[in-house]
Design a protein around this ligand. Sequence first.
Ligand code: FAD
Length: 471
Amino acid sequence: MIYDAVIVGAGPNGLAAAITLARAGKSVLVLEAKETIGGGTRSAELTLPGFVHDICSALHPLGVASPFFRDLPLAHYGLEWVFPPASLAHPLDDDTAVLVEGSVDATAANLGPDAARYRRLMGPLVAGWQGLLGDLLGPLRIPRHPMVMARFGLAALLPAATLARLAFRGDRARAVFAGMASHAMMPLSTPATAAFGLVLGLVAHAVGWPIARGGSQRIADALGAHLRSLRGEIVTGHPVRSRADLPDARAILFDTSPRQLVQVVGKELPAGYRQALSRFRYGPGVFKADYALDGPIPWRAEECLRAGTVHLGGTLEEIAAAEAAIWRGEHPEWPFVLVAQQSLFDPARAPQSRHTAWAYCHVPHGSAEDVTGRLEAQIERFAPGFQDRILARRTHTAADMEVYNPNYIGGDINAGVQDLRQLFTRPVVRLNPYTTPVRGLYLCSSSTPPGGGVHGLCGYYAGRTALQRLR
Ligand SMILES: Cc1cc2nc3c(=O)[nH]c(=O)nc-3n(C[C@H](O)[C@H](O)[C@H](O)COP(=O)(O)OP(=O)(O)OC[C@H]3O[C@@H](n4cnc5c(N)ncnc54)[C@H](O)[C@@H]3O)c2cc1C
Protein backbone atom coordinates (compact mmCIF):
# COMPACT_ATOMS: atom_id res chain seq x y z
CA MET A 1 0.00 0.00 0.00
CA ILE A 2 1.16 3.55 -0.69
CA TYR A 3 0.08 5.95 2.06
CA ASP A 4 -0.89 9.49 1.20
CA ALA A 5 1.21 10.62 4.14
CA VAL A 6 3.59 9.16 6.71
CA ILE A 7 4.43 11.24 9.76
CA VAL A 8 7.65 10.60 11.69
CA GLY A 9 6.99 11.29 15.37
CA ALA A 10 3.82 11.31 17.48
CA GLY A 11 4.33 14.57 19.36
CA PRO A 12 1.46 17.06 19.42
CA ASN A 13 2.59 18.50 16.07
CA GLY A 14 2.98 15.12 14.39
CA LEU A 15 -0.49 14.11 15.56
CA ALA A 16 -1.90 17.48 14.49
CA ALA A 17 -0.42 17.10 11.00
CA ALA A 18 -1.85 13.58 10.76
CA ILE A 19 -5.32 14.75 11.86
CA THR A 20 -5.25 17.61 9.35
CA LEU A 21 -4.56 15.16 6.53
CA ALA A 22 -6.90 12.41 7.78
CA ARG A 23 -9.76 14.91 8.14
CA ALA A 24 -9.42 15.55 4.41
CA GLY A 25 -9.80 11.81 3.74
CA LYS A 26 -6.10 11.04 3.19
CA SER A 27 -4.57 7.74 4.32
CA VAL A 28 -2.13 8.49 7.12
CA LEU A 29 0.42 6.52 9.15
CA VAL A 30 2.27 7.92 12.19
CA LEU A 31 5.55 6.22 13.18
CA GLU A 32 6.73 6.88 16.74
CA ALA A 33 10.12 5.80 18.09
CA LYS A 34 8.97 5.34 21.68
CA GLU A 35 6.46 2.83 23.04
CA THR A 36 3.93 5.59 23.83
CA ILE A 37 2.69 8.56 21.83
CA GLY A 38 2.92 12.16 22.99
CA GLY A 39 6.47 13.50 22.55
CA GLY A 40 6.68 16.48 24.91
CA THR A 41 3.19 15.85 26.26
CA ARG A 42 3.55 12.60 28.18
CA SER A 43 2.95 11.69 31.83
CA ALA A 44 4.24 8.82 33.95
CA GLU A 45 4.82 7.67 37.53
CA LEU A 46 8.37 9.00 37.64
CA THR A 47 8.88 8.92 41.40
CA LEU A 48 6.62 6.66 43.49
CA PRO A 49 3.57 4.53 42.63
CA GLY A 50 0.41 6.64 42.45
CA PHE A 51 2.22 9.93 41.72
CA VAL A 52 1.56 11.00 38.11
CA HIS A 53 4.13 13.46 36.76
CA ASP A 54 4.19 15.48 33.54
CA ILE A 55 7.53 14.52 32.02
CA CYS A 56 7.67 17.64 29.82
CA SER A 57 4.75 20.02 29.30
CA ALA A 58 2.46 20.76 32.25
CA LEU A 59 0.81 24.14 31.59
CA HIS A 60 -1.23 24.67 28.52
CA PRO A 61 -2.10 28.31 27.85
CA LEU A 62 -1.25 27.76 24.19
CA GLY A 63 -3.10 24.45 24.10
CA VAL A 64 -6.36 25.91 25.29
CA ALA A 65 -5.94 29.02 23.11
CA SER A 66 -4.88 27.11 19.97
CA PRO A 67 -7.44 27.71 17.21
CA PHE A 68 -6.63 24.22 15.90
CA PHE A 69 -7.20 22.36 19.18
CA ARG A 70 -10.35 24.41 19.79
CA ASP A 71 -11.71 23.07 16.53
CA LEU A 72 -11.19 19.38 17.50
CA PRO A 73 -13.55 17.18 19.58
CA LEU A 74 -10.82 16.52 22.17
CA ALA A 75 -13.24 16.61 25.13
CA HIS A 76 -15.10 13.74 23.49
CA TYR A 77 -11.85 11.76 23.62
CA GLY A 78 -11.27 12.41 27.31
CA LEU A 79 -9.38 15.71 27.44
CA GLU A 80 -10.53 17.95 30.26
CA TRP A 81 -8.75 21.21 31.01
CA VAL A 82 -8.50 22.07 34.71
CA PHE A 83 -8.26 25.79 35.42
CA PRO A 84 -6.63 26.76 38.73
CA PRO A 85 -8.28 29.87 40.30
CA ALA A 86 -5.19 31.93 39.32
CA SER A 87 -2.89 31.17 36.40
CA LEU A 88 0.30 32.39 37.98
CA ALA A 89 1.80 33.45 41.30
CA HIS A 90 5.06 35.36 41.56
CA PRO A 91 6.23 35.52 45.18
CA LEU A 92 8.60 38.22 46.39
CA ASP A 93 10.91 38.50 49.38
CA ASP A 94 8.39 40.56 51.38
CA ASP A 95 6.30 37.35 51.82
CA THR A 96 3.62 38.51 49.39
CA ALA A 97 2.95 37.31 45.85
CA VAL A 98 1.61 38.92 42.69
CA LEU A 99 -1.20 36.78 41.33
CA VAL A 100 -2.19 36.82 37.67
CA GLU A 101 -5.93 36.29 37.88
CA GLY A 102 -8.44 35.76 35.11
CA SER A 103 -9.60 39.34 35.34
CA VAL A 104 -7.29 42.17 34.25
CA ASP A 105 -8.79 44.39 36.97
CA ALA A 106 -8.23 41.86 39.75
CA THR A 107 -4.62 41.42 38.63
CA ALA A 108 -4.09 45.16 38.36
CA ALA A 109 -5.39 45.57 41.92
CA ASN A 110 -2.37 43.50 43.02
CA LEU A 111 0.10 45.89 41.41
CA GLY A 112 -0.09 48.99 43.60
CA PRO A 113 1.09 52.08 41.67
CA ASP A 114 0.99 50.21 38.35
CA ALA A 115 -2.68 49.19 38.45
CA ALA A 116 -3.84 51.67 35.81
CA ARG A 117 -0.74 51.12 33.64
CA TYR A 118 -1.31 47.37 33.66
CA ARG A 119 -4.93 47.85 32.62
CA ARG A 120 -3.87 50.17 29.78
CA LEU A 121 -1.24 47.71 28.53
CA MET A 122 -3.21 44.46 28.74
CA GLY A 123 -6.85 45.57 28.40
CA PRO A 124 -6.91 46.29 24.62
CA LEU A 125 -4.88 43.19 23.81
CA VAL A 126 -7.18 40.94 25.81
CA ALA A 127 -10.19 42.47 24.04
CA GLY A 128 -8.78 41.40 20.66
CA TRP A 129 -7.08 38.18 21.78
CA GLN A 130 -8.58 35.73 19.31
CA GLY A 131 -7.67 37.75 16.24
CA LEU A 132 -4.25 38.56 17.62
CA LEU A 133 -3.34 34.94 18.39
CA GLY A 134 -4.72 33.84 15.05
CA ASP A 135 -2.26 36.22 13.38
CA LEU A 136 0.67 35.45 15.67
CA LEU A 137 0.53 31.68 15.95
CA GLY A 138 1.45 30.66 12.45
CA PRO A 139 3.77 31.43 9.55
CA LEU A 140 4.56 35.04 8.63
CA ARG A 141 1.69 36.57 6.66
CA ILE A 142 -0.31 39.76 6.30
CA PRO A 143 -2.22 40.22 9.58
CA ARG A 144 -5.99 39.87 9.39
CA HIS A 145 -6.36 42.14 12.42
CA PRO A 146 -3.90 44.96 11.67
CA MET A 147 -5.08 47.39 14.36
CA VAL A 148 -4.65 45.10 17.35
CA MET A 149 -1.50 43.65 15.76
CA ALA A 150 0.03 47.13 15.41
CA ARG A 151 -0.76 47.92 19.03
CA PHE A 152 0.77 44.61 20.12
CA GLY A 153 3.80 44.95 17.82
CA LEU A 154 4.86 48.36 19.18
CA ALA A 155 5.29 46.91 22.65
CA ALA A 156 6.14 43.33 21.68
CA LEU A 157 9.21 44.19 19.61
CA LEU A 158 10.96 45.69 22.64
CA PRO A 159 13.29 43.75 24.91
CA ALA A 160 11.21 42.55 27.88
CA ALA A 161 13.37 44.44 30.39
CA THR A 162 12.90 47.69 28.45
CA LEU A 163 9.13 47.31 28.22
CA ALA A 164 8.89 46.40 31.92
CA ARG A 165 10.84 49.53 32.86
CA LEU A 166 8.96 51.81 30.44
CA ALA A 167 5.49 50.49 31.22
CA PHE A 168 5.73 50.11 35.00
CA ARG A 169 7.15 52.02 37.98
CA GLY A 170 6.99 49.39 40.74
CA ASP A 171 8.91 46.17 41.41
CA ARG A 172 5.80 43.98 41.51
CA ALA A 173 4.58 44.58 37.97
CA ARG A 174 8.12 44.54 36.58
CA ALA A 175 8.89 41.23 38.30
CA VAL A 176 5.75 39.41 37.18
CA PHE A 177 6.24 40.62 33.59
CA ALA A 178 9.90 39.51 33.63
CA GLY A 179 8.86 36.04 34.80
CA MET A 180 6.38 35.61 31.97
CA ALA A 181 8.85 36.95 29.40
CA SER A 182 11.49 34.49 30.60
CA HIS A 183 9.57 31.71 28.86
CA ALA A 184 11.39 33.12 25.80
CA MET A 185 14.57 31.47 27.15
CA MET A 186 16.60 34.47 26.04
CA PRO A 187 18.25 37.38 27.85
CA LEU A 188 15.54 39.92 28.66
CA SER A 189 17.64 42.54 26.82
CA THR A 190 16.93 40.74 23.51
CA PRO A 191 14.52 42.49 21.10
CA ALA A 192 11.02 41.03 21.01
CA THR A 193 11.30 39.11 24.30
CA ALA A 194 8.47 41.40 25.47
CA ALA A 195 6.22 39.47 23.05
CA PHE A 196 6.43 36.36 25.26
CA GLY A 197 5.38 38.26 28.38
CA LEU A 198 2.51 39.94 26.56
CA VAL A 199 1.19 36.76 24.93
CA LEU A 200 1.34 34.69 28.14
CA GLY A 201 -0.27 37.53 30.08
CA LEU A 202 -3.08 38.02 27.61
CA VAL A 203 -3.78 34.27 27.42
CA ALA A 204 -3.93 34.15 31.25
CA HIS A 205 -6.68 36.79 31.11
CA ALA A 206 -8.46 35.54 28.01
CA VAL A 207 -8.59 31.82 28.75
CA GLY A 208 -6.25 30.82 31.61
CA TRP A 209 -3.28 28.49 31.98
CA PRO A 210 -4.86 25.07 32.50
CA ILE A 211 -3.42 21.65 33.21
CA ALA A 212 -4.86 18.47 31.70
CA ARG A 213 -6.89 16.36 34.15
CA GLY A 214 -5.03 13.09 34.74
CA GLY A 215 -1.79 14.37 33.17
CA SER A 216 -0.56 15.93 29.94
CA GLN A 217 -0.55 12.46 28.39
CA ARG A 218 -4.31 12.90 28.06
CA ILE A 219 -3.75 15.57 25.40
CA ALA A 220 -1.76 13.14 23.27
CA ASP A 221 -4.20 10.32 23.98
CA ALA A 222 -7.16 12.47 22.88
CA LEU A 223 -5.33 13.51 19.70
CA GLY A 224 -4.42 9.87 19.03
CA ALA A 225 -7.98 8.64 19.61
CA HIS A 226 -9.38 11.32 17.31
CA LEU A 227 -6.83 10.40 14.65
CA ARG A 228 -7.79 6.72 14.87
CA SER A 229 -11.47 7.65 14.58
CA LEU A 230 -10.52 9.25 11.24
CA ARG A 231 -8.87 5.94 10.23
CA GLY A 232 -5.37 7.23 10.81
CA GLU A 233 -2.87 4.56 11.88
CA ILE A 234 -0.26 4.88 14.61
CA VAL A 235 2.66 2.51 15.10
CA THR A 236 4.80 2.94 18.24
CA GLY A 237 8.23 1.48 18.97
CA HIS A 238 9.28 2.31 15.40
CA PRO A 239 12.29 4.64 15.25
CA VAL A 240 12.92 5.99 11.77
CA ARG A 241 16.68 6.01 11.20
CA SER A 242 16.83 5.83 7.43
CA ARG A 243 14.64 5.70 4.31
CA ALA A 244 14.50 1.92 4.79
CA ASP A 245 12.36 2.45 7.92
CA LEU A 246 9.72 4.35 5.92
CA PRO A 247 6.95 2.72 3.89
CA ASP A 248 6.00 4.13 0.50
CA ALA A 249 4.17 7.43 0.79
CA ARG A 250 3.33 10.44 -1.35
CA ALA A 251 4.27 12.80 1.48
CA ILE A 252 6.53 12.40 4.51
CA LEU A 253 6.29 14.87 7.36
CA PHE A 254 8.99 14.99 10.05
CA ASP A 255 7.93 15.91 13.58
CA THR A 256 11.64 16.11 14.35
CA SER A 257 14.42 18.64 14.52
CA PRO A 258 16.11 19.58 11.23
CA ARG A 259 19.11 17.61 12.42
CA GLN A 260 17.16 14.34 12.31
CA LEU A 261 15.64 15.24 8.98
CA VAL A 262 19.19 15.39 7.66
CA GLN A 263 20.13 12.12 9.39
CA VAL A 264 17.25 10.27 7.72
CA VAL A 265 16.98 11.83 4.25
CA GLY A 266 20.07 14.06 4.10
CA LYS A 267 21.38 12.45 0.90
CA GLU A 268 18.25 13.56 -0.96
CA LEU A 269 18.47 17.20 0.18
CA PRO A 270 20.38 19.76 -1.91
CA ALA A 271 23.68 20.83 -0.32
CA GLY A 272 22.55 24.47 -0.01
CA TYR A 273 19.47 23.53 1.99
CA ARG A 274 21.51 21.19 4.21
CA GLN A 275 23.95 23.99 4.92
CA ALA A 276 21.11 26.38 5.74
CA LEU A 277 19.69 23.80 8.16
CA SER A 278 23.07 23.41 9.82
CA ARG A 279 23.01 27.15 10.59
CA PHE A 280 19.73 26.80 12.54
CA ARG A 281 20.54 27.78 16.13
CA TYR A 282 19.48 25.84 19.24
CA GLY A 283 19.11 27.59 22.58
CA PRO A 284 19.76 26.93 26.25
CA GLY A 285 18.53 23.76 27.93
CA VAL A 286 16.41 23.02 30.96
CA PHE A 287 17.16 21.12 34.15
CA LYS A 288 13.94 19.35 35.17
CA ALA A 289 12.87 18.05 38.60
CA ASP A 290 9.74 16.12 39.60
CA TYR A 291 8.73 15.64 43.21
CA ALA A 292 6.50 13.39 45.27
CA LEU A 293 5.60 15.43 48.36
CA ASP A 294 3.91 14.57 51.64
CA GLY A 295 1.96 17.84 51.58
CA PRO A 296 1.49 21.01 49.53
CA ILE A 297 4.48 23.31 49.02
CA PRO A 298 4.71 25.45 52.20
CA TRP A 299 4.72 28.85 50.52
CA ARG A 300 5.43 31.86 52.75
CA ALA A 301 2.88 33.74 50.65
CA GLU A 302 -0.06 31.38 51.07
CA GLU A 303 -1.88 32.88 48.10
CA CYS A 304 0.57 30.93 45.89
CA LEU A 305 -1.61 27.88 46.62
CA ARG A 306 -4.30 29.41 44.36
CA ALA A 307 -2.08 29.28 41.27
CA GLY A 308 -1.20 26.39 38.96
CA THR A 309 2.17 27.95 38.12
CA VAL A 310 4.61 29.74 40.38
CA HIS A 311 7.56 31.76 39.05
CA LEU A 312 10.56 31.99 41.36
CA GLY A 313 13.31 34.46 40.74
CA GLY A 314 12.48 37.63 42.65
CA THR A 315 12.81 40.99 40.95
CA LEU A 316 13.16 41.93 37.27
CA GLU A 317 16.86 42.64 37.88
CA GLU A 318 17.50 39.22 39.45
CA ILE A 319 15.64 37.32 36.73
CA ALA A 320 17.33 39.30 33.96
CA ALA A 321 20.76 38.58 35.50
CA ALA A 322 20.02 34.82 35.73
CA GLU A 323 18.79 34.58 32.12
CA ALA A 324 21.77 36.59 30.82
CA ALA A 325 24.22 34.33 32.69
CA ILE A 326 22.86 31.26 30.94
CA TRP A 327 23.63 32.76 27.54
CA ARG A 328 27.22 33.33 28.72
CA GLY A 329 27.38 29.59 29.41
CA GLU A 330 27.15 30.01 33.20
CA HIS A 331 24.92 28.27 35.75
CA PRO A 332 23.49 31.13 37.82
CA GLU A 333 23.64 30.81 41.61
CA TRP A 334 19.95 31.78 41.75
CA PRO A 335 18.27 30.44 38.59
CA PHE A 336 14.80 31.48 37.48
CA VAL A 337 12.60 28.48 38.43
CA LEU A 338 9.16 27.56 37.09
CA VAL A 339 7.02 25.42 39.39
CA ALA A 340 3.72 23.69 38.63
CA GLN A 341 1.59 22.23 41.41
CA GLN A 342 -0.89 20.10 39.51
CA SER A 343 -2.18 17.89 42.34
CA LEU A 344 -3.66 20.90 44.18
CA PHE A 345 -6.24 21.15 41.39
CA ASP A 346 -6.24 17.57 40.08
CA PRO A 347 -6.20 15.37 43.20
CA ALA A 348 -5.93 12.11 41.23
CA ARG A 349 -2.31 13.01 40.42
CA ALA A 350 -1.20 11.79 43.89
CA PRO A 351 -2.40 9.48 46.69
CA GLN A 352 -4.70 11.10 49.24
CA SER A 353 -3.21 14.12 51.07
CA ARG A 354 0.03 13.71 49.09
CA HIS A 355 1.14 16.04 46.27
CA THR A 356 3.24 16.34 43.15
CA ALA A 357 5.43 19.23 42.04
CA TRP A 358 7.04 19.87 38.67
CA ALA A 359 9.91 22.33 38.30
CA TYR A 360 12.56 23.37 35.86
CA CYS A 361 15.17 26.03 35.44
CA HIS A 362 17.12 27.19 32.43
CA VAL A 363 20.73 26.05 32.08
CA PRO A 364 23.36 26.51 29.33
CA HIS A 365 22.96 24.53 26.09
CA GLY A 366 23.93 20.90 26.53
CA SER A 367 24.60 21.20 30.28
CA ALA A 368 25.11 17.87 32.08
CA GLU A 369 25.36 19.64 35.46
CA ASP A 370 23.07 18.55 38.30
CA VAL A 371 21.68 21.85 39.66
CA THR A 372 19.20 20.28 42.10
CA GLY A 373 20.80 22.23 44.96
CA ARG A 374 20.37 25.63 43.30
CA LEU A 375 16.86 24.89 42.06
CA GLU A 376 15.71 23.74 45.52
CA ALA A 377 17.45 26.68 47.23
CA GLN A 378 15.32 29.00 45.08
CA ILE A 379 12.16 27.10 46.12
CA GLU A 380 13.24 27.14 49.80
CA ARG A 381 13.73 30.91 49.57
CA PHE A 382 9.98 31.33 49.07
CA ALA A 383 8.80 28.09 50.74
CA PRO A 384 11.02 27.23 53.70
CA GLY A 385 10.58 23.59 54.65
CA PHE A 386 9.98 22.44 51.06
CA GLN A 387 12.84 19.92 51.17
CA ASP A 388 11.41 18.33 54.33
CA ARG A 389 8.27 17.47 52.36
CA ILE A 390 10.09 15.55 49.62
CA LEU A 391 9.28 11.84 49.60
CA ALA A 392 11.07 11.22 46.30
CA ARG A 393 12.51 13.22 43.44
CA ARG A 394 13.54 12.48 39.84
CA THR A 395 15.77 14.87 37.93
CA HIS A 396 16.87 15.23 34.32
CA THR A 397 19.80 17.37 33.19
CA ALA A 398 19.61 19.18 29.85
CA ALA A 399 21.79 16.44 28.35
CA ASP A 400 19.34 13.82 29.70
CA MET A 401 16.44 15.68 28.07
CA GLU A 402 18.08 15.27 24.66
CA VAL A 403 18.53 11.54 25.29
CA TYR A 404 14.85 11.33 26.28
CA ASN A 405 13.75 13.16 23.13
CA PRO A 406 16.24 13.88 20.32
CA ASN A 407 14.19 16.94 19.31
CA TYR A 408 15.46 18.73 22.45
CA ILE A 409 18.95 19.36 21.12
CA GLY A 410 21.18 20.43 24.01
CA GLY A 411 18.04 20.30 26.19
CA ASP A 412 16.40 23.14 24.19
CA ILE A 413 12.70 22.46 24.79
CA ASN A 414 11.66 24.76 21.92
CA ALA A 415 13.73 22.84 19.35
CA GLY A 416 15.46 26.05 18.21
CA VAL A 417 16.00 29.62 19.45
CA GLN A 418 12.86 31.74 19.11
CA ASP A 419 14.34 35.16 18.42
CA LEU A 420 13.25 37.55 15.67
CA ARG A 421 15.57 35.87 13.16
CA GLN A 422 14.15 32.41 13.76
CA LEU A 423 10.60 32.76 15.03
CA PHE A 424 8.78 33.02 11.72
CA THR A 425 11.50 31.71 9.45
CA ARG A 426 12.33 28.52 11.29
CA PRO A 427 14.22 26.44 10.32
CA VAL A 428 15.33 28.37 7.18
CA VAL A 429 14.12 31.35 5.19
CA ARG A 430 11.65 29.94 2.66
CA LEU A 431 8.37 31.16 1.28
CA ASN A 432 6.76 28.18 2.96
CA PRO A 433 8.91 27.04 5.91
CA TYR A 434 7.18 23.65 6.19
CA THR A 435 8.42 22.56 2.76
CA THR A 436 11.88 21.34 1.78
CA PRO A 437 13.37 21.58 -1.72
CA VAL A 438 12.46 17.90 -2.18
CA ARG A 439 8.92 17.33 -3.35
CA GLY A 440 6.93 15.38 -0.76
CA LEU A 441 9.28 16.00 2.19
CA TYR A 442 8.10 18.35 4.96
CA LEU A 443 8.94 19.43 8.50
CA CYS A 444 6.05 19.76 10.96
CA SER A 445 7.73 20.02 14.39
CA SER A 446 8.21 23.00 16.68
CA SER A 447 11.34 23.78 14.67
CA THR A 448 8.81 25.40 12.28
CA PRO A 449 6.49 28.40 12.97
CA PRO A 450 4.99 29.21 15.41
CA GLY A 451 7.58 27.31 17.48
CA GLY A 452 7.57 25.63 20.90
CA GLY A 453 4.58 24.70 23.01
CA VAL A 454 1.76 22.20 22.89
CA HIS A 455 -0.64 23.80 20.42
CA GLY A 456 -0.41 21.60 17.34
CA LEU A 457 -0.20 24.61 15.03
CA CYS A 458 3.13 23.70 13.42
CA GLY A 459 1.61 20.36 12.50
CA TYR A 460 -1.63 21.93 11.33
CA TYR A 461 0.08 24.36 8.94
CA ALA A 462 2.49 21.69 7.69
CA GLY A 463 -0.42 19.28 7.17
CA ARG A 464 -2.31 21.92 5.19
CA THR A 465 0.73 22.53 3.01
CA ALA A 466 1.12 18.82 2.29
CA LEU A 467 -2.59 18.54 1.60
CA GLN A 468 -2.53 21.30 -1.03
CA ARG A 469 0.24 19.46 -2.84
CA LEU A 470 -1.47 16.08 -2.63
CA ARG A 471 -4.60 17.26 -4.37
C1 FAD B 1 10.66 19.97 30.54
C2 FAD B 1 9.73 20.55 29.51
C3 FAD B 1 8.69 21.36 29.90
C4 FAD B 1 7.81 21.87 28.95
N1 FAD B 1 6.74 22.61 29.40
C5 FAD B 1 5.80 23.01 28.53
C6 FAD B 1 4.59 23.56 29.00
O1 FAD B 1 4.36 23.64 30.20
N2 FAD B 1 3.67 23.96 28.07
C7 FAD B 1 3.88 23.82 26.72
O2 FAD B 1 3.01 24.18 25.92
N3 FAD B 1 5.03 23.27 26.24
C8 FAD B 1 5.98 22.85 27.12
N4 FAD B 1 7.12 22.22 26.66
C9 FAD B 1 7.40 22.21 25.22
C10 FAD B 1 6.58 21.18 24.47
O3 FAD B 1 6.66 19.94 25.12
C11 FAD B 1 7.09 21.07 23.02
O4 FAD B 1 7.19 22.35 22.45
C12 FAD B 1 6.17 20.22 22.17
O5 FAD B 1 6.02 18.94 22.71
C13 FAD B 1 6.70 20.13 20.74
O6 FAD B 1 5.88 19.26 20.02
P1 FAD B 1 6.40 18.52 18.69
O7 FAD B 1 5.29 17.66 18.23
O8 FAD B 1 6.97 19.52 17.77
O9 FAD B 1 7.63 17.62 19.15
P2 FAD B 1 7.78 16.50 20.35
O10 FAD B 1 6.72 16.74 21.32
O11 FAD B 1 9.17 16.63 20.73
O12 FAD B 1 7.48 15.16 19.60
C14 FAD B 1 8.36 14.56 18.69
C15 FAD B 1 8.09 13.08 18.68
O13 FAD B 1 8.83 12.51 17.62
C16 FAD B 1 9.41 11.30 18.07
N5 FAD B 1 10.58 11.07 17.25
C17 FAD B 1 11.69 11.85 17.18
N6 FAD B 1 12.55 11.33 16.30
C18 FAD B 1 11.98 10.23 15.78
C19 FAD B 1 12.37 9.27 14.81
N7 FAD B 1 13.56 9.37 14.18
N8 FAD B 1 11.54 8.26 14.51
C20 FAD B 1 10.32 8.16 15.11
N9 FAD B 1 9.90 9.03 16.04
C21 FAD B 1 10.72 10.06 16.37
C22 FAD B 1 9.75 11.57 19.52
O14 FAD B 1 9.89 10.37 20.27
C23 FAD B 1 8.52 12.37 19.94
O15 FAD B 1 7.50 11.51 20.39
C24 FAD B 1 8.00 21.64 27.58
C25 FAD B 1 9.04 20.81 27.18
C26 FAD B 1 9.89 20.24 28.13
C27 FAD B 1 10.97 19.31 27.70
